[in-house]
Design a protein around this ligand. Structure first.
Ligand code: SF4
Ligand code: SF4
Length: 313
């Protein structure tokens, strides 16, 4: 059994390696039942705020208790990966793509790094077993990042890191090793309501709760059917996702652009003019967005979104 000093040393080594691998921050929390978050999720689902994302209701127990997800789970190692870009779309009339989707699908990029981190831990502690998660399994990633002291959950429902803001991907390694644990930090939203005031569809209904059925990110990406007419004219030219609540957040004013080669914008995306979007055919889409998160909606979904926002930019 490891003593306290070894546990602390291993925890420090893991965090140092995480930073070396390119993560912006790393924190650790004990793998335990998330009681308050489970209650919040229950209420959220009861009110149908998840819209047609029925998968959010699946594996409720595993989602709120990592020990049911990974056998022998002891610790959750959370990491943040900065995706704030250093340039945006050139044509200010072009339909707007969420910043996280400028580059290649981030799932692969982060998972690979997390698996490297796991391999590193195994070198030191060969009996370590664990699993990497990136937005892909029932894991409450924002809650874990908060528990690990990596930030607080803002009124817009996203994690905000005090140093780099909220334009971050979150990933986790759930491992069967005991480590030393960080503590949640204070919240710094205060009396600010900028995100709530700026949301064009009034999707931020109470502190930290988003009604996905009204959120442009959900409507433009997750929703597979027609977008309800009540949102006509409210998308503010968003074709894939929405960053408005993050763009107005004062904690993002000091966001530092990332320098990850793996996340650099897909060639030609930022140069696409408004006319390129509206004249794009399936072959063009498939070539341009082959490795992009835009594949999630597919050509048909993007065309639906373009039709929905056309005439309102
Ligand atoms: S992503 Fe856009 S639509 Fe959704 S809550 Fe934020 S500002 Fe509102
Ligand atoms: S805009 Fe203001 S209220 Fe909203 S998350 Fe940022 S600091 Fe919090």
């Amino acid at each position: 059994m490891k003593d306290k000093a070894n546990i602390k040393e291993l925890s420090t080594l893991i965090k140092t390696e995480a930073i070396r691998l390119g993560f912006a921050a790393c924190g650790i929390s004990k793998a335990a039942y998330l009681k308050d978050d489970a209650q919040r999720l229950k209420t959220y689902l009861e009110k149908n705020f998840n819209g047609k994302m029925s998968y959010m209701a699946n594996h409720f127990d595993k989602r709120t208790n990592p020990q049911l997800l990974v056998e022998g789970a002891q610790s959750v190692i959370s990491v943040l990966f900065n995706y704030f870009p250093n340039e945006t779309q050139k044509d200010k009339q072009a339909p707007i793509v969420s910043k996280y989707a400028y580059g290649k699908d981030y799932h692969y990029v982060i998972k690979e790094k997390l698996n490297k981190l796991l391999a590193y831990i195994k070198e030191i502690e060969p009996e370590t077993e664990g699993r990497a998660f990136v937005d892909s399994a029932p894991v409450m990633e924002r809650a874990w990042a908060r528990e690990a002291g990596l930030g607080w959950i803002g009124k817009h429902g996203l994690l905000i890191n005090k140093q780099i803001g909220s334009f971050v991907f979150i990933g986790e390694l759930i491992v069967n090793t005991s480590l030393s644990y960080d503590k949640p930090i204070k919240e710094y939203c205060g009396n600010c309501t900028r995100c709530i005031d700026a949301c064009p569809t009034d999707a931020i209904i109470t502190n930290k709760t988003i009604d996905a059925r009204k959120c442009i990110s959900y409507l433009s990406i997750e929703l597979k059917s027609e977008i309800p007419e009540e949102f006509k004219g409210k998308f503010l030219n968003r074709v894939f996702g929405c960053d408005i609540c993050q763009d107005v957040c004062p904690h993002n004013s000091k966001a530092i652009p990332h320098s990850h080669e793996e996340l650099k914008p897909i060639q030609g995306l930022l140069e696409m003019r408004k006319t390129d979007w509206y004249t794009m055919d399936k072959a063009y889409f498939n070539k341009m967005f082959k490795h992009s998160p835009l594949k999630r909606t597919g050509f048909k979904g993007i065309k639906r979104n373009l039709n929905f926002i056309s005439g309102y930019s």
